[in-house]
Design a protein around this ligand. Structure first.
Ligand SMILES: *Cc1c(COP(=O)(O)O)cnc(C)c1O
Length: 379
């Protein structure tokens, strides 16, 4: 079925087309000057020292853990209310993910109390995920991590240019990871970026993204080097210049797009804030946000009623989603010991409504009217 109002709309025009054409005509399409340019611009916009472009964010999370020497026997605290890659990456380095519940429906980010309850002397890192572009309790988490001598990795896939007390998300912990998958705030098809203020970490990530090789083929093609050594067991997690050229255009559009999203969110809040049947996460936040998604949580609901409401909205042409099915409930992670009641409630009782810069006031009005009539019917 095709929806009249999709969940997300790609923010592409002739500028992305021209950038790709230009790259193809330059005859250099793999990792090269456009990746370097994209990285420089990303660092500048986020006010961070080092940015490393990568094939995707899953690779960024993997390399983050590898660069911090996290391995077998180590534990990594992580949310279950996230995309599976957040946790799968821990398994790639043979470490053990330890699931933490989120705080509440109004703050569905990793709970500090859970972090404190689940830390052990094997804990080496915490992966935080800034849900929907809204920050985790970073002051408290960073203080606790420092006291406990553990790393903080930020899964900032939802949060490019989102802020926490004036600083950009992804730049607060040891390493920040971003995704440029099609439906993210910055879209390059596939793509990712790892950011850090630590020079040694950045150097190690650059080695690991390209087989542990000491030079890249672009440098060799320019005659800067003819030989290379392999000094670490690396991977091929490189971005290419075609994607980087799209990323550069997307990055230029991002600030303007986020202002439009802020307006869309305001519109939603004006229609929905007074409803007693729902909780709107982060309703009281004032920090600038990327507003990657617009989820709502149904109060006193069941999964069955939620699904009925989603079907009802789909029948009116409105696409919705769920962020997220709990990772700990997927077959490969199932284990009776997990106790994550808030995460499970949100997974079963939330609906993500459409949000993108070009979503009109009329469309928001229609979505909210449809939601309200659905609530009247099923709640
Ligand atoms: C999209 C996403 C990822 C994975 O990013 P890829 O670039 O597709 O590998 C990881 N974590 C979160 C929270 C995401 O939204």
């Amino acid at each position: 079925m095709s929806f009249t109002i999709p969940l997300f709309k790609l923010n592409f025009d002739e500028r992305e087309e021209e950038a790709v054409l230009e790259t193809i005509r330059s005859k250099w399409i793999s990792t090269g000057p456009r990746c370097a340019d994209f990285e420089d611009r990303f660092s500048e916009l986020l006010n961070v020292d080092y940015s490393v472009s990568l094939a995707n964010c899953t690779g960024a999370l993997h390399l983050a853990l590898a660069a911090l020497d996290i391995s077998e026997g180590d534990e990594v605290l992580c949310p279950s209310l996230s995309f599976a890659a957040t946790v799968n990456s821990v398994r790639y380095v043979n470490a053990t993910p330890v699931f933490c519940d989120v705080s509440s429906a109004s703050d569905p980010t990793i709970s500090l109390e859970e972090i404190k309850a689940k830390v052990t002397d094997k804990t080496k890192a915490i992966i935080v995920m800034h849900f929907g572009g809204y920050a985790c309790a970073m002051d408290e988490i960073l203080t606790f991590a420092k006291e406990s001598n553990i790393y903080v990795i930020e899964d900032a896939c939802h949060a490019p240019l989102s802020e926490y007390k004036g600083e950009k998300l992804g730049t607060l912990g040891d390493i920040g990871c971003f995704s440029f998958f099609s439906n993210k705030n910055i879209s390059t098809g596939e793509g990712g970026m790892l950011v850090t203020n630590n020079e040694d970490t950045a150097k190690k990530i650059r080695l690991l993204r390209s087989h542990g090789m000491t030079t890249m083929s672009y440098e060799r093609s320019k005659g800067h080097a003819t030989r290379y050594d392999i000094v670490e067991l690396g991977y091929n997690y490189r971005m290419d210049d075609i994607r980087a050229s799209i990323g550069i255009v997307q990055l230029q559009k991002l600030p303007g797009d986020l202002i439009k999203r802020t307006e869309v969110r305001k519109n939603y809040l004006s229609h929905l804030s007074s409803l007693t049947e729902i909780t709107i996460p982060f309703a009281d936040r004032t920090d600038f946000s990327s507003n990657y998604i617009f989820p709502i949580v149904l109060n006193d609901s069941t999964e069955e009623k939620r699904d009925q409401l989603r079907d009802y909205m789909h029948a009116q042409g409105i696409q919705t989603s769920v962020h997220y099915p709990s990772i700990h409930q997927f077959s490969i992670y199932q284990d009776d010991s997990h106790q994550l009641p808030i995460t499970e409630y949100i997974s079963g009782n939330s609906i993500t409504l459409p949000i993108y810069g070009s979503l009109t006031e009329k469309e928001v009005e229609f979505i909210c009217a449809t939601l309200k009539s659905g609530l009247n019917e099923f709640y």
